[in-house]
Design a protein around this ligand. Sequence first.
Ligand SMILES: Cc1cc2nc3c(=O)[nH]c(=O)nc-3n(C[C@H](O)[C@H](O)[C@H](O)COP(=O)(O)OP(=O)(O)OC[C@H]3O[C@@H](n4cnc5c(N)ncnc54)[C@H](O)[C@@H]3O)c2cc1C
Ligand code: SF4
Ligand code: SF4
Length: 434
Amino acid sequence: MGENSKSVLIIGAGIAGIQAALDLGDMGIKVYLIEKNPCIGGRMSQLDKTFPTLDCSICILAPKLSECYRHPNITLYTLSEVQKVEGKIGNFTVEVLKHARYVKEDACTNCGDCAAICPVRGVKNYFDADLKTQAAIFIPFPAAVPPVYMIDKDACVNLNYGICGLCAQNCGAEAIDLTQKDSVLTIDNVSAIIVATGLDLDENIAPLSHYGYGIYQNVVTAMEFERLICASGPQAGHLKRISDGVDPKKIAFLQCIDSRTQRAQKYCSAICCMYTTKEAMVAFEHNDELESYVFYIDMRAGGKGFQNFLGRGKDEYNIKYIKSKIAKVNVDENESPIIVYEDLDSGEIKQMTVDIVVLATCIIPTLGLDKLANILDIELNEYRYVKTDPFFPVETSKEGIFTCGCAREPMDIPRSVAEASGAAARAAEVIRGG
Ligand SMILES: Cc1cc2nc3c(=O)[nH]c(=O)nc-3n(C[C@H](O)[C@H](O)[C@H](O)COP(=O)(O)OP(=O)(O)OC[C@H]3O[C@@H](n4cnc5c(N)ncnc54)[C@H](O)[C@@H]3O)c2cc1C
Ligand code: SF4
Ligand code: SF4
């Protein structure tokens, strides 16, 4: 590495950040990859299968996660956030706040003995969309990278009341450090920065009570449904109603929840039509007597083979598409959701009772992007995503700072990967000249 004093800093280690890091690392360029969560992989690691191929998401992602972790040119900081940036293209100085994990990354063997003895139970697991609970010391999912446990500081009784400490006594690797503190790292000589902070979901900011979400147990979001049908999820891949554990026979998927509306977000979330059909297909693979109904305004399948994918949904997976407007979701005495809707083909007001409702909630920019944009001194667009020029989609408003993936707008995995390689190439140009 001739230029190993120069580096690129990437913020966000979802599929976009990971792809950019691998591209740059393979070019011999030093990369600092900053991730706020305890592990890398972003939303893709939470998905069961991916459209349009219905491949197992984590099977495609896992090799990239470990390559990223082991790559000699990539330094990964998890539980970390950028808190200050100074300088300009070719020479930024970046201050990173690294939150305490309370477990030493180089010592933990991922054996789980600590979690087995921890007396605190019932802590919600963010990775399983809060549908599964865990101990105060945990790993988000078994194949997480880095393969290291961490302590939830709000739940741990030692960190709050100075008692317990059982995990430290039970850890044969002496990996637990209950005295660990947050630390600040300064990274000099950063030539370029890539913002790959990805997406959040509407349910994180909106109550959605109009659709019965948060009120009725059998109304779930698409992200929750991904975890419910996943073999590594809270129901071990056996899809059941949350209220009574009964196998569903009829599922309704409601599209454009808070997307394309003056009331909430005005833009199209771009991927829901496709992932809904995928989720209905996967559900059918679990039970081929299942009926799925997709309530849509119009179906948007802009991608190679995507229209064909929707056609297969109809022909091979018993999916019925109903052009409609949802008025309300109620429930009957069995907790079965009743959808009240206007059938846009006939103009009639109708009702349908189903076993589960799945909401395709709007994709929004990652929470906290406003603060990060201030730190980086980059502009956001009217929808609060990173602002880019339509003809230079990976360039931000500041020279030397690039972006890719859902930090910029909602998009699928293939596009996120393609943009990540574009952003990596532009960052490499800063170092190599171009
Ligand atoms: C329900 C659902 C189903 C989907 N199904 C499919 C599918 O089948 N096929 C498909 O192609 N696409 C699918 N997608 C879309 C896919 O999830 C995205 O295309 C992909 O995750 C985008 O990757 P990303 O890296 O841009 O963002 P993310 O996956 O969101 O990753 C961003 C990362 O940045 C981190 N981060 C955020 N802010 C900060 C910060 N300030 N500092 C440090 N780190 C930060 C986050 O913690 C996260 O790890 C689906 C999406 C949803 C919601
Ligand atoms: S912290 Fe110790 S006990 Fe817990 S998983 Fe790591 S090595 Fe095992
Ligand atoms: S010290 Fe905290 S994490 Fe460890 S066993 Fe006790 S409560 Fe659990």
